[in-house]
Design a protein around this ligand. Structure first.
Ligand code: SF4
Length: 963
């Protein structure tokens, strides 16, 4: 027994399926949550092994009971500050899935349309051969990775180094994009960097809780136990819930605001407006520690309660009541989850919650702050380690100094690490695979064939014969059924590593039992791949210099040192035995930090921040120079956003709003929880939840079958009459086809393939759908998993063929852009000559237009070298440019303005081509091309600057006093 495990024998487990949250242990005060040890045993343990639960982002500490080399149970760790011994139904029951008979045990390779057993050598050599061939023929940008929110820190970091510095691909993201991308994005926008400002410790003393789109009771059951214990104890906090559904969370609330789907920004702007009007602003804090208040106040002033009622349907008096609670609170804490992250204007809305905490001056103080929660259990590590598109250590991809830190750490060239454009997000990766430019997609521990939106499209992409799909998982899934190679992975409990929960608590999870068959840990698989690829650093040494979890952890510590997520003070030894420990954990802060920003300083400085931010409405990035000019230098950023209506709304054909989400007993696509008998029995099938009035008006009763259809697909589900706003339907997204292949029931058959402009998180929380009663499902024969692969593949081949037919044949697009640039530069030089002639009486125009035309001609000569290498293609460009070129107007002041204006447009045409070619040059790592383009960009900038200056000078006289 390890020293942190409790020595008293806890009682036999409660029935957590029937009694989800267990008995209350009321309390108040930081660190005073009483211990209550929950346990589930199916045998007598020989030993207990320290671990933590990976079935949601709460990260409860638990011990695994082991007997005769098998898991026989779990119990909560009393010493752990996250749960103080408690476990929810998934934590207590989920471990049983590990022993399911259908675990993947050997690698599989597709041959003759079928997956057959293979050796590890065969499988990995095939992947390596394909990787090398693609990199040689199509560059590293032909390879993409779609990873998980369920791996361990050591695995993410190794994957990130392989992807960024080994292969050098910009295409790496995880399913964290579906659940937690907006949390990261909103923290970067407001505070300059990812990282949870608060922790669960703040729930111990808060006096008001605002839960926005967060069904805490079902998504993080143990955290909800904490809230319930505060609510039943002395000085209970007020509870405000904003949610479309009447969830268990909402039923507990003092005030439940029910907005229309997609209207969070309007509601939050309305609350901010009322808080400002009601005198709730901490003026001293705002002046000393934030920028942007005046603009925020101006924007939210357009959202009085009556307008919010019009947009969102929330009665004005209820909005005022909520604002009153927010203004009166002394220790306000807000939490945010998928009702915001997966809805319209996700980042903009999440940022407004940050704004609320900031203008109240309630951040960095006990009992105050915001929890931008995570969905996937180890999403935090994917973000920190850079396996989700970000750079490791919360580094800024548009800050060359940050990229150089990594290049030095890994001993590779700066250009090897893709940083010339925003990282490719998940849906974009699938788009590129659909278009054929990503040709190898390696998927780990996730199931996009059920979890991504618009599944018909996603299945067609995965089934494309031209796309080489590698799927690495612990069970056969709807995705492995479409793969070319399947790699069997070790599950939680079968490998050692660390992971970090939503409040920055790092846990050590020790290997308790051996993986089945030939399954290997994801870390082992990555290390083997790196070895076979023979990735080397600049000095000729192996790129990956670690060989097991603990040495991988040490490598990550070096990467994180000095960054906000600093792990340098942690070690496996320190994490063993007691509670998990929060980062930052350093020599100066050896016990970890309960909350960030206690000194009112935020990581927003130009040189240190992780991101320069975005326009919250359009998603346009703030350029480095723009940011430098307004460097907040440690102040938080209050960023405003106007409300935008959802892209798809109910109409006559599709009269209902659809929203999707989770049920308390399942996780993700049920790959694990669907194989835990008690959890599966508790929630065996999909349902559609409908308001009682809507059900009555459509003649529907509880348990009836219904067909639900959107513009993208349809499913069949039983009706459940429940607490949801009129006109709305709720469908849980967990259910795919692996255990019921003959009925379409995945909610994502219906959802939109659309994403938030800033966080790129898919918008699952609104879509227009129709619902009709049916006598019975079209097919009712539930089938075994066997044979599923062949059926799914057959089903999608036709669609894949159709999709492939739409994709144009591959073309050398660099040639085309060289042709475009050549044409626009030629046209620009000719136009400048014409303007010089037409306005020869203006000496500066005459002389400078000649000089500028000469510059462009010289560049044309250099461009010829590139054209000689890549070729040149013209596609109707001369006509297009000739059409745009209309100088030679009258020799008047107005004529000069118009002529210079036309010249500027032509220069701009060259500029866009240069930007496009510059990106390509960087991705090709073509140093000569990069140098030439860089010089042309500089010259083009000077040409445009002169034209712009001269236009502005000539405009007032020309427009005010016509000649
Ligand atoms: S709350 Fe989450 S982490 Fe804790 S036991 Fe339940 S599923 Fe596991």
């Amino acid at each position: 027994m390890d020293p942190g495990a409790q020595d008293q024998s806890p009682p036999r487990g409660r029935n957590s399926v029937a009694d989800v949250w267990g008995t209350r242990t009321p309390y108040a005060g930081e660190g005073r949550w009483p211990v209550r040890v929950d346990q589930e045993l199916a045998g007598d343990p020989e030993r207990w092994v320290q671990s933590a639960c990976v079935l949601c982002s709460n990260g409860c500490g638990l011990d695994i009971a082991v007997s005769e080399g098998r898991m026989v149970g779990v119990r909560g760790r009393a010493a752990d500050h996250v749960n103080r011994g408690r476990l929810g139904p998934k934590g207590l029951e989920g471990w049983r899935a590990n022993a399911s008979a259908d675990r993947l045990r050997v690698p599989l390779i597709r041959a003759g349309g079928k997956l057959r057993a293979a050796t590890w050598d065969e499988a990995l050599d095939l992947i390596v051969a394909r990787s090398k061939e693609l990199i040689h023929d199509h560059t590293s940008s032909s390879i993409g990775f779609y990873t998980s929110g369920q791996l361990m820190l050591e695995e993410y970091y190794t994957l990130a180094v392989i992807g960024r510095a080994g292969i050098g691909t910009p295409h790496m993201d995880g399913n964290t994009r579906l659940c937690t991308a907006t949390a990261a994005a909103s923290l970067k926008e407001s505070f300059g960097c990812d990282g949870q400002p608060s922790s669960y410790a703040d729930l111990d003393t808060a006096d008001c809780l605002l839960l926005v789109g967060h069904n805490l009771a079902e998504t993080a059951t143990v955290l909800w136990m904490k809230v319930l214990d505060r609510r039943r104890g002395p000085r209970p906090p007020a509870l405000i819930v904003i949610d479309v559904r009447e969830t268990a969370t909402a039923r507990e609330a003092d005030l439940h605001l029910v907005p229309r789907p997609g209207t969070n920004v309007a509601v939050l702007n309305g609350l901010l407006n009322l808080v400002i009007e009601g005198g709730g602003v901490d003026q001293r804090f705002v002046a000393a520690h934030t920028v942007g208040f005046d603009r925020l106040a101006r924007t939210v002033a357009h959202y009085p309660p009556e307008r919010v009622a019009e947009i969102a349907g929330i009665p004005p008096d209820r909005l005022r009541a909520a604002a009153g609670l927010l203004v009166r609170s002394q220790r306000l804490m807000s939490t945010v989850l998928q009702g915001v992250y997966q809805s319209m204007q996700a980042t903009a809305a999440a940022v407004q919650v940050n704004n609320l905490q900031l203008i109240r001056g309630m951040i960095g103080k006990p009992g105050c702050g915001v929890l931008q929660m995570n969905g996937q259990p180890t999403a935090q590590n994917a973000r920190e380690c850079g396996a989700d598109g970000d750079l490791p250590g919360f580094r800024n991809w548009s800050n060359p100094d940050h990229v150089k830190q990594l290049a030095d750490l890994w001993d590779v060239t700066l250009d090897q690490i893709p940083h010339w454009a925003p990282p490719t997000h998940a849906l974009q990766i699938f788009d590129y695979a659909e278009q054929g430019s990503i040709k190898l997609l390696w998927i780990q521990a996730t199931n996009p064939a059920v979890s991504l939106p618009d599944l018909a499209r996603v299945r067609a992409i995965l089934a494309k014969p031209e796309l080489f799909v590698v799927a690495q998982d612990i069970f056969p899934t709807e995705t492995t059924a479409l793969a070319d190679v399947v790699l069997p992975a070790a599950a939680w409990g079968e490998k050692t590593g660390t992971f970090t929960n939503a409040d920055r608590t790092v846990h050590l999870a020790q290997q308790a039992v051996a993986p089945p068959g030939e399954a290997r840990s994801d870390l082992d698989i990555f290390l083997d791949y790196a070895r076979r690829m023979d990735f080397r650093d600049r000095s000729g040494r192996p790129l990956i210099k670690w060989h097991d979890p603990e040495t991988a952890f040490a490598a990550w510590q070096a990467c994180s040192r000095g960054r906000p997520c600093d792990y340098s003070g942690l070690s496996y030894a320190k994490l063993a035995g007691g509670s998990g420990i929060r980062w930052p954990c350093t020599d100066a802060e050896p016990d970890g930090a309960a909350r960030l920003y206690s000194d009112g300083r935020f990581p927003t400085a130009y040189a240190y921040c992780e991101d320069y931010g975005h326009d919250l409405v359009t998603g346009a990035v703030v350029e480095p120079l723009q940011y430098k000019a307004i460097d907040p230098q440690g102040k938080a950023r209050l960023k405003d956003a106007e409300y935008q209506a959802p892209h798809e709304q109910p109409d006559e054909t599709y009269p209902f709003w659809l929203t999707t989400g989770r049920v308390v007993y399942h996780f993700h696509t049920r790959t694990k929880t669907g194989r835990a008998p008690a959890l599966q029995a508790a929630a065996p099938d999909v349902f559609v939840e409908i308001n009682a009035d809507d059900a009555q008006s459509r003649g529907l009763a509880e348990g009836d079958w219904a067909r639900i259809a959107s513009r993208r697909g349809e499913i069949e589900a039983r009706v459940k009459i429940g607490g949801i706003a009129p006109g709305c339907l709720f469908i849980p997204f967990h259910y795919g086809s692996w255990d019921q292949p003959d009925r379409k029931r995945a909610a994502n058959e219906l959802t939109l393939y659309a994403w938030d402009p800033v966080s790129k998180q898919p918008q699952f929380k609104y879509a227009a759908v129709a619902l009709a009663r049916i006598a019975a499902p079209a097919t009712t024969r539930p089938d075994a998993a066997a044979g599923m692969a062949a059926r799914i593949v057959e089903g999608v081949r036709h669609a894949a063929g159709a999709a492939a037919a739409l994709v144009k044949p591959e073309r050398q697009h660099i040639r085309e852009y060289l042709g475009l640039l050549h044409g626009s530069e030629q046209g620009f030089a000719a136009a400048l000559d014409m303007v010089a002639d037409a306005h020869a009486s203006e000496p500066d125009v005459l002389n400078l237009c000649r000089v500028l035309a000469g510059w462009s001609r010289r560049e044309l000569a250099d461009l010829a070298q590139l054209i000689a290498r890549y070729g040149e293609a013209h596609e109707a460009e001369p006509e297009r440019i000739a059409k745009a070129l209309k100088p030679k107007r009258r020799q008047t002041g107005f004529g000069l303005v118009r002529d210079l204006h036309d010249c500027w447009l032509l220069a701009q045409e060259s500029h866009v081509s240069l930007v496009v070619l510059d990106q390509a040059a960087k991705a090709l790592r073509d140093a000569e091309m990069m140098r030439l383009i860089e010089r042309m960009v500089d010259q083009n900038q000077r040409q445009r600057s002169w034209l712009f200056t001269r236009i502005k000078q000539a405009a007032p006289q020309a427009l005010i006093v016509p000649a």
